[in-house]
Design a protein around this ligand. Structure first.
Ligand code: ZN
Length: 550
């Protein structure tokens, strides 16, 4: 016994010693990250990782995939897949049914008019007197992971949101954010609102004074690589692309200096790859200006890149303009990751990257290639519905048709003692007669049933009983509701081209690997919460993803 015991003990001691010395040699992963950076690409399909792979640089997207953890089967599990709901769902860990951001704009019954998801008339712009400054997360009904980080640290962790689009900055950072900053196209400045602070921090004024938008827009947009190398995209001149005002063909080079006046002046930067560069530069300035990651408490930055969405809408997923925007975004990302390496070190920063929605190929392009697709004219349905309701019930009963939902006049229905479920069913059945409609669902259906398959599950997860309409219309795959636009793309559907997006984790404690196990977008926030040992966001319905950390 003794003879065996001694060698085993000795071996264990040697092993322990060698482990300790190995640990001393390599960097020990800290128990918590100093900084979390949640990156959202506004409009990025899953397939862009692979379609442009050979052209990405070594240190951007490729670094996240080659060193990080890739959840390849990540989907939005609700509709409409728009920017406001997307950003809210990523960071609240739930869907519009619970967080209440049911669209970018929606018909508000109590106000009797359309409202905007980040609009707040009780606050004022800081750094701008424009209406675009009157923004806050007040309409979002639940907390984000940033809020939970603030609550758990008694507000010692600091949290910030950044995006050209106000909603992309405001919703992720949540209700308790130390700041959210967005871009004012009129002045070319980054601004905020009185919800967060009474004046811009000095570092923001210093950044604005550099007038980077003016510099970026003084140039001509040429392709990053020789244009003949863009074999992943359609020819530059094709009928599926929209036009900048003042251009007659959708082709390179785009003379930005010349285009400015007719295309939103300094706001033009949104529709160019330099909107991303500007955002990344501002993020670096914020991290340094606020000295994020330099205390004992984990800080968090949410960073949304809006420009791919503007470019995607105008040119569509098959355009050289879109490809060039992602290739240049990849360079901005590489630059930003390198900055984080130097500033805090990879082991101290936890990064994730995802998108707020995908996009459909231009429907006309699909049609021309024999794939079923179409354009749905909501006005025809709406006008026709008003007539038939008036004939049947003596009143049009239609308050709004927006975001594929029909809002009925509940007051008149009650006053006339009409049967609401019957009217809902009548409307739902009537809508089914129109080409392009895949299915309809009523508020009564949604209240009584639980749906667990696409696309009805997506409607249910997107349906908020206080805010949503009375009848929901689901269009067939690759049909889109912007009937008057035959070029470019959009999103919002419950179908995979809009729901399937990348999700990459990188840095602190993240192991290298990938999974094809289904992940829903609301799973991101609880995953992050577990990593940070904090409570889930208040309305969280997602489940943590397993296997990401070592
Ligand atoms: Zn978006």
């Amino acid at each position: 016994m003794k003879k065996i015991f001694v060698p085993i003990f000795a071996l264990a001691a040697i092993l322990l010693m060698s482990q300790t010395s190995a640990k001393n040699k390599t960097t020990v992963t800290p128990t918590q990250p100093k900084l979390v950076v949640g990156i959202v690409v506004d409009q990025m399909r899953f397939d862009y990782i692979y379609r442009f792979w050979n052209k990405y640089s070594a240190n951007g997207i490729k670094r996240l995939v080659n060193e990080g953890y890739f959840c390849r089967n990540t989907n939005f599990n609700y509709m409409p897949t728009f920017t406001g709901p997307g950003h809210a769902s990523i960071f609240t860990g739930t869907t519009p049914a619970v967080h209440g951001i049911i669209s970018n704009n929606w018909y508000d019954r109590s106000a009797g008019k359309e409202v905007y998801c980040a609009q707040d008339q009780t606050v004022n712009g800081v750094g701008s007197t424009a209406e675009e400054g009157r923004r806050s997360p007040a309409r979002m009904l639940t907390s984000t992971v940033c809020d939970q980080l603030r609550l758990s640290s008694i507000k010692k962790s600091r949290t910030f949101g950044i995006a050209l689009k106000d909603r992309g900055a405001i919703l992720p950072a949540g209700h308790t954010a130390n700041g959210a900053f967005w871009y004012d196209g009129a002045s070319g400045n980054w601004i905020t609102s009185s919800y967060y602070m009474s004046q811009l921090p000095a570092w923001v004024n210093t950044f604005n004074a550099k007038k980077l938008p003016q510099t970026y827009l003084a140039q001509t947009w040429n392709t990053l690589l020789p244009i003949e190398q863009y074999t992943e995209s359609l020819p530059d001149d094709n009928p599926y692309e929209g036009l900048f005002k003042g251009e007659t063909k959708p082709v390179f080079p785009h003379d930005l200096a010349k285009l400015q006046d007719a295309n939103g002046k300094l706001g033009l930067i949104r529709s160019t790859p330099w909107g991303n560069t500007l955002t990344a530069e501002f993020a670096k300035a914020l991290i340094e200006g606020e000295q994020l990651g330099k205390t004992a408490f984990t800080d968090m930055l949410t960073l949304s890149f809006s420009s791919p969405d503007y470019v995607g809408h105008m040119y569509g997923p098959q355009s050289i303009e879109a490809e060039d925007t992602y290739l240049r975004f990849d360079q901005d990302l590489a630059n930003f990751l390198t900055f984080l390496d130097t500033y805090l070190g990879k082991n101290n920063v936890l990064v994730f990257l995802t998108a707020d929605h995908g996009a459909v190929e231009v429907p006309q392009y699909l049609k021309d290639n024999k794939i079923p697709a179409g354009y749905f004219d909501e006005r025809i349905l709406s006008d026709s519905l008003k007539k038939v309701l008036t004939r049947t019930y003596g009143d049009s009963l239609l308050l709004s048709y927006s975001n594929d939902q029909i809002f009925l006049d509940r007051k008149t229905i009650a006053a006339k003692k009409l049967n609401k479920p019957e009217i809902e069913r009548f409307v739902a059945d009537y809508c089914m007669k129109f080409e392009g409609v895949a299915a309809t669902m009523t508020a009564t259906d949604l209240n009584a049933n639980q749906y667990d398959m696409r696309p009805k599950r997506e409607v249910q997860n997107g349906y908020n009983f206080q805010r949503s309409g009375d009848v929901c219309v689901i269009l067939k795959p690759s049909w889109f509701g912007e009937w008057d636009r035959k070029t470019g793309t959009t999103h919002g559907a419950p179908w995979s081209y809009d729901t399937h997006v990348p999700l990459l984790w990188y840095g602190w404690k993240v192991q290298h690997g990938s999974t094809d196990v289904p992940v829903n977008i609301p799973d991101i926030a609880p995953t992050l919460s577990l990593m940070l040992n904090i409570q889930y966001p208040s309305g969280c319905t997602g489940q943590p993803i397993m296997g990401i950390t070592k």
